[in-house]
Design a protein around this ligand. Structure first.
Ligand code: HMG
Ligand code: MG
Length: 287
């Protein structure tokens, strides 16, 4: 029997957060509604961060209110603090995500906190999520390289991942934020992380700046990782990681995995339509 791999669609959040102009709320809703019919179990639809930091995501509440929820799809959103969690709760998000980093430079640039401070800030979010029976995903950024601090030690990634798991996260998504980590670096990182966090609780989140994301997905597969984040049309980047290009494109990951004999449960014709819609949105933005 072919083995299943889950692709988590993060384009509406990780993709659109990085567009220079503001994408209309109705366009975001149209993209999410199309993605909702493509067979994803999870779509990261919004981000409840400070609008002063990321104005592109300020309309998260309106996006969540406007989408047509499909059966079997869980809609996720980023929540960096209690203010974000309260907004996510009001928007009836199914899963929230906290986000930490394995390097101090990125942690400060992205969420204005040291790694220790960020974990202290996440504790009440975890407690509130538990009270409301909302599962929490946790991201670790800069798992091989940091735009501020340079190469990141595998042990530092394993430490943060293990601490997030101890806090109560149900899954740790490992973010190769810059998108040019080598296969050797990803392999060393996963060797360290899987000693502390079982592979079935990990997700791979690869940006594709250097065109190495698919090779790194193969490395992660060899370590037992079976969940990958991707964005239709290769949308994305991170506003606090200059030069980081888009997430690896969902349509490429889907074809790559299926050619290797895995099933993704995705409807390729809808994924392709969504990729086209995503690229058109980006085009509109750069006009
Ligand atoms: P801060 O400035 O230290 O926080 O930012 P603050 O508490 O002093 O708040 C500043 C202002 O923002 C206040 O407003 C707050 O009310 C407001 P004022 O009093 O000045 O009018 N505020 C909020 N408003 C709405 N919702 C909120 C919220 N929080 C504060 N949740 C903070 C700290 C964490 C808030 C800020 O740094 C932040 O929002 N950072 C998020 C940056 C971000 O979204 N980055 C991209 C996502 S991470 C990513 O892309 C990586 C990932 O894809 C994995 C990978 O690829 O590596 C996940
Ligand atoms: Mg990302």
């Amino acid at each position: 029997m072919p083995e299943a791999v889950e692709i988590v669609e993060v384009g509406p959040r990780d993709g659109l957060q990085n567009e220079k102009g503001v994408i209309a709320t109705e366009d975001k809703i149209a993209l999410i509604d199309l993605l909702s019919n493509a067979g994803f179990a999870r779509i990261e639809a919004a981000s409840f961060v400070s609008p002063k930091w990321v104005p592109q995501m300020a309309d998260g509440g309106a996006v969540m209110a406007g989408i047509t929820r499909a059966d079997g799809v869980r809609y996720m959103a980023l929540t960096p603090n209690m203010q974000g969690f309260e907004r996510a709760l009001a928007a009836r998000v199914d899963q929230v995500a906290i986000f930490a980093a394995a390097s101090e430079g990125f942690s400060r640039a992205n969420i204005n906190a040291t790694i220790d401070e960020s974990l202290t800030r996440f504790a009440p979010v975890m407690a509130a999520a538990r009270d409301h029976a909302i599962p929490v995903r946790a991201y670790v950024s800069c798992v091989t390289d940091c735009p501020y601090d340079g190469p990141v030690a595998p042990g530092a990634v394993a430490d943060v991942a293990a601490r997030l798991l101890d806090l109560g996260a149900v899954e740790i998504s490992l973010g190769e934020t810059l998108g040019h980590g080598t296969a050797e670096a990803v392999d060393a990182m996963l060797t360290a992380v899987t000693k502390r966090v079982p592979a079935n609780l990990l997700a791979g989140h690869f940006h594709d700046t250097g065109g190495v994301a698919l090779a790194n997905i193969d490395v992660a597969l060899s370590h037992g990782v079976r969940i990958f984040d991707a964005a239709v049309g290769g949308l994305g980047g991170c506003p606090y990681a200059k030069g980081a290009k888009g997430n690896v494109a969902t349509e490429r990951v889907m074809r790559h995995l299926e050619a290797a004999g895995y099933t993704t449960g995705l409807r390729s014709e809808i994924v392709d339509q969504a990729a086209e819609m995503a690229r058109a949105m980006r085009g509109k933005d750069s006009e």
